[in-house]
Design a protein around this ligand. Structure first.
Ligand code: NAG
Ligand code: NAG
Ligand code: NAG
Ligand code: NAG
Ligand code: NAG
Ligand code: NAG
Ligand code: NAG
Ligand code: NAG
Ligand code: NAG
Length: 317
């Protein structure tokens, strides 16, 4: 496994070398130096965890390969391929000049206090990245869709930051991904459809509402809003129905069955069950109204003003 990886890495580097040829070979050193200089300038290093070892007055081919956290391809080819500046209490933004480290494959800036956005054109700046670890910082904004164009990425760690928005679906195109995490951010929406098997729930925990993939399935937005408007309609309908029923019954009770007539009927000792019927009607009405919450009643009163004044006085009377 390890041997296979080494061979793959070797072939990959050979490929890049053959692509870029001798021309960039002779310029590479200057480019790497300007890269490292700009990193030194742009990052605040309050506890002097790396800056003192980055001494650009030194001389000799590939002197910068001995800098703290810097690794070159090998001792002959002084190409910076790895920058490891994790856990150094660094502050500042993603170092822009890092694009001059043209052959950078492995960037680890984790466990610092870096802030601001991840560059939206990161794939043109660092096209050969195999590992990008920006975890445990204070990066904000959205995850750039362009990371999906860093096609060699094996490892992408963005956990414990302040990233917002959705995870670009295009990240699913990163077929080499083995380690991926965006846990502990403020991300929401559907997760990408990775073809690799080992992107699990753990990669997504502690966010603002991610769904899909190994997580709960996403509710389709269209349907959800339909449901809510459905609910609104239903409750509106119920309130309206209740209010109009109350008024209809009220009107019926107060006009069609006048109290005088009831008393008269009572006195006239008409059929017993007729009286029972009327009392039952009023009982039903009372029970009905007490079941309604006061909020519903208020609503109903607004909508059916005059009618409900009758019903309320009737009920309370
Ligand atoms: C940087 O390197 C030069 C040349 O080797 C040396 O004179 C100088 O003292 C070094 N500076 C620091 C801060 O180590
Ligand atoms: C970070 O560095 C400090 C010392 O500078 C060390 O105590 C701590 O364990 C390190 N943390 C990590 C996660 O490497
Ligand atoms: C970056 O450095 C941290 C701290 O040492 C380490 O835990 C992490 O595994 C590194 N990231 C990668 C991708 O190797
Ligand atoms: C992280 O950024 C937020 C604002 O975006 C700031 O309030 C907070 O203090 C920062 N945290 C650190 C550790 O720098
Ligand atoms: C990736 O690069 C191609 C070609 O440069 C570009 O057309 C595409 O928009 C890029 N994709 C993303 C997600 O940025
Ligand atoms: C993935 O993470 C595991 C554990 O942290 C580590 O052993 C492995 O080397 C990582 N793989 C890659 C490709 O970074
Ligand atoms: C993903 O799979 C690779 C190889 O199968 C393994 O090395 C790595 O540790 C796995 N990563 C996680 C987070 O499980
Ligand atoms: C996810 O990817 C797999 C394999 O490419 C595909 O079969 C499946 O339809 C995709 N699912 C979604 C929701 O895009
Ligand atoms: C999720 O957040 C909680 C509370 O902040 C924390 O205790 C837990 O360790 C986090 N989980 C992971 C996997 O980071």
């Amino acid at each position: 496994m390890a041997l296979k990886n080494i061979i793959i890495i070797f072939l990959f580097r050979t490929f890049i070398w053959s692509l870029l040829g001798v021309f960039t070979l002779s310029n590479g050193g200057d480019s790497d130096i300007s890269c490292l200089k700009s990193i030194k300038e742009s990052l605040k290093d309050p506890f002097n965890r790396f800056k003192s070892s980055w001494n650009f007055s030194e001389i000799g081919e590939g002197f910068y390969c001995r800098f703290n956290g810097v690794e070159c391809w090998n001792s002959v080819e002084s190409k910076v391929v790895s920058i490891q500046l994790y856990n150094k209490s660094l502050k500042g933004q993603f170092p822009q000049g890092i694009e001059n480290c043209k052959f950078l494959e492995d960037l680890n800036l984790s466990f610092n206090k870096l802030s601001g956005a991840i560059p939206s054109d990161i794939s043109t700046r660092l096209p050969y990245l195999t590992s990008l670890d920006l975890s445990r910082n204070n990066f904000s904004g959205e995850i750039p869709t362009d990371i999906a164009n860093c096609t060699y990425l094996n490892s992408l760690k963005l956990d414990h930051n302040r990233l917002t928005g959705q995870i670009p679906q295009q990240l699913g195109q990163l077929t080499r991904i083995k380690n991926f995490t965006v846990a502990n951010n403020f991300l929401s929406g559907p997760v990408p459809n990775f073809t690799v098997p080992n992107v699990t729930k753990e990669s997504y925990v502690n966010n603002s509402g991610l769904c899909g993939g190994p997580l709960e399935p996403c509710k389709e937005l269209g349907r959800k809003s339909d449901e809510t408007s459905d609910e609104t309609f239903k409750s509106g309908f119920i309130v309206g129905y209740a209010a109009s029923s109350v008024s209809v019954v009220t009107i019926f009770v107060s006009y069609c069955v006048p109290w005088e007539q009831m008393k008269k009927r009572k006195r006239m000792t008409l059929k017993k069950n007729s009286k029972r019927k009327e009392t039952h009607k009023i009982f039903t009405l009372k029970r009905w109204v007490t079941r309604m919450t006061s909020a519903e009643l208020n609503k109903a009163t607004d909508n059916f003003n005059s009618d409900n004044v009758v019903s309320q006085s009737l009920v309370s009377g």
